[in-house]
Each structure stands twice: as structure tokens, then as C-alpha cells.
Design a protein around this ligand. Structure first.
Ligand code: PMP
Length: 324
């Protein structure tokens, strides 16, 4: 492409009736400079979920959980109140979907949750109820249940238990990878919070291709799926410290680990070297991806790495430390 040739994205010419219709269909992108620097043996692609309209992979499940509950007749706009205990991207996703569809949204979260998240949820009209940090997510879950019990039309989305979470990844995230690669994909890796992303991908694609490997990632500091105790870590969005109900481990080919330090160093490297300003769990995925793509046994293979969110969502975290 010469300097004056428009990028392929210029002529998409797309008009949508609602921002909700722009969820999904995220791009797969190579890392040419890092691949050359590291002499990678495999073709490494990042699936950029921060192209979703509220900025993360969680837009998919927020919309899917709400649509599934509407289809079941459980909730309707103007009547039901969407409630969820979450300190993260799911709260932003639900605030986004709630605003677009006309639902009241209440998010409960530990008071330590980062200021940029709290402000994004409030920006889109969600109400926040803060619970004591010392009680952790347990306090936020109990508070959500208490609010739901006394709120007429109250409905808790329950991302860790809700089958609409893995189902939407099987129906969309997985199918997009399959279509964009024409099935030429050998390894798919991604961090696990609820585990919905990797469970859905594995369920949809593993039966389609013998030898396809789907690998989850958990924080090395809280490697409970490796038998360690849960521990504090800074890779927001993954490693909740328990095995969620929606995570079907037996569908996966394994679980890798990444340290917070590696995740942050790798995210910074992607930003500096490729202009890919990715979030911390994306850095964890890329760290594992670079490791796998350098192995001689993976020569000529194609690896897809899930990139859940954009760096800016972590402005107040260690990702930006020293960059003031
Ligand atoms: N990274 C980030 C930043 C997230 O918000 C999430 C979702 N909690 C994940 C990774 C993991 O996604 P999943 O819940 O589908 O396992």
C-alpha cells in the first residue's frame, strides 16, 4: 500500500440502527515489528476486542445476557432493573447495554475499584453501590443480592453462572476467528475471568478441527487451576480466585500462567513497538503468545491471542506507573 492509498477500512461504508449492532466483528492483527525482533516461528494474531463499542470483550456478554433474559421473558425495559456485582468491564458493558435499551442498571463493587471504571459506568447512567474493600467481591455479591431482593423487577445477570456468556462466544467470537482465518488456526489462547470466552471458543471450534489447541491463562500469582492458593494479583479481569460455573475446563487443552510483571512489561512493549495500546490481561495473553510462537515445534502454525481491552482503561494502575 503506498502512502496515498486509503486503508481497507476507509470504504466499509457501514450504517447501523443502534450502537448495539456494532458489538463484535473485531479484527485480527499481526505484530510485524515484534515478530521480526523475536524471530517468531509462528504467525501470531491478536483479536482486538477493544474495538467493541464500550471498549472490551465484555460488551458481547452484557448484550447477550440481557437479550437472553428478554427472550425468556425474564426482563423488559422500563420495568426491570439490571443488577451485577462487578468491578470491571462487565459493569461498563451492562451500563452501555442498559443505556442503549432503556434499563436502570445498578452495579455493586468493592470501593477499591479503579476510578476510571467507576466514572465510565456513571457516565452511561449506571448507579454504583460501593461495598467495603475488606469484604472483597464477596461483599459486592451479597450487596447485589440484597438490592435485588428489595428492588421490584430486580434481576442479577450473574456472568459467572449465566450460560449466555459462553454461548455468545461460541456463536460470535469463535465463528469470527474461524471465518477470518478460513479455519487456518492452530492455537487459540486467552486469559480467563469467568472462563466464558475460552469455553465458548473451545466448544465451537475444537470439534471442527483435530489438533486445534485452546489454552486458557491464569495469573501465576493466583494459579488455582494449577492447585495453588488464590492470591492477590494485578491482572484485572482474569484469575477470580475460584473456578467459575461457566468455565468447562475439560474442553480446554491446558492452562498457561503469566505473571503480573510479565503482563505489564509485554503490554508496554506492544504499545511502544507496535502502537498497540493493550490492557494488562491482553499483555498476559501476548506474553504467553510470544513464548509459544518462539517454539520450534510451532513453526508455521497460526496462533490467535484474545486481546480483551485497551490500555486506557488502566490509567490509574501499574501499567501507567512512571509515565506521568
Ligand atoms: N480480561 C479482561 C480485561 C476482562 O475484563 C475479562 C473478563 N472478566 C477477561 C480478560 C476474561 O474473560 P472471561 O470472563 O470470558 O474469561
Amino acid at each position: 500500500m503506498d502512502a496515498l492509498t486509503p486503508s481497507p477500512a476507509t470504504f466499509r461504508n457501514r450504517i447501523y440502527d443502534s450502537v448495539l449492532d456494532t458489538v463484535g466483528a473485531t479484527p485480527l492483527v499481526r505484530l510485524p515489528r515484534i515478530s521480526a525482533e523475536d524471530g517468531l516461528k509462528a504467525d501470531l494474531l491478536m483479536k482486538l476486542e477493544f474495538f467493541n463499542p464500550a471498549g472490551s470483550v465484555k460488551d458481547r456478554i452484557a448484550l447477550a445476557m440481557v437479550r437472553a433474559a428478554e427472550a425468556a421473558g425474564t426482563i423488559r425495559p422500563g420495568h426491570s432493573v439490571i443488577i451485577e456485582p462487578t468491578s470491571g468491564n462487565t459493569g461498563i458493558g451492562l451500563a452501555f447495554v442498559g443505556a442503549a435499551l432503556g434499563y436502570r442498571v445498578i452495579v455493586t463493587m468493592p470501593e477499591g475499584a479503579s476510578i476510571e471504571r467507576r466514572r465510565m459506568m456513571r457516565l452511561m447512567g449506571a448507579e454504583l453501590v460501593l461495598t467495603p474493600s475488606a469484604q472483597g467481591m464477596g461483599g459486592a455479591i451479597a450487596k447485589a443480592e440484597e438490592i435485588a431482593a428489595k428492588t421490584p423487577g430486580g434481576w442479577i445477570a450473574k456472568q459467572f453462572d449465566n450460560p449466555a456468556n459462553p454461548d455468545i462466544h461460541a456463536a460470535t467470537t469463535a465463528e469470527e476467528i474461524w471465518a477470518d482465518t478460513a479455519g487456518e488456526v492452530d492455537i487459540i489462547i486467552g486469559g480467563m475471568g469467568t472462563g466464558g470466552t475460552m469455553t465458548g471458543i473451545a466448544r465451537a471450534l475444537k470439534p471442527r478441527k483435530a489438533g486445534l489447541k485452546v489454552l486458557g491463562i491464569e495469573p501465576a500469582e493466583s494459579a488455582i487451576l494449577h492447585g495453588d492458593d488464590p492470591g492477590p494479583h494485578g491482572i484485572q479481569g482474569i484469575g477470580p480466585g475460584f473456578k467459575p460455573r461457566v468455565l468447562e475446563l475439560d474442553l480446554l487443552d491446558g492452562v498457561e500462567t503469566a505473571t503480573e510483571r510479565d503482563a505489564i512489561a509485554t503490554a508496554r512493549r506492544a504499545a511502544r513497538t507496535e502502537g498497540l495500546a493493550i490492557g494488562i490481561s491482553s499483555g498476559a495473553c501476548l506474553a504467553v503468545g510470544l513464548r509459544l510462537a518462539a517454539l520450534p515445534e510451532n513453526t508455521g502454525k497460526r496462533i490467535v491471542c484474545i486481546t480483551p481491552s485497551f490500555a486506557e482503561r488502566y490509567l490509574s494502575t501499574a501499567l501507567f506507573q512512571g509515565l506521568e
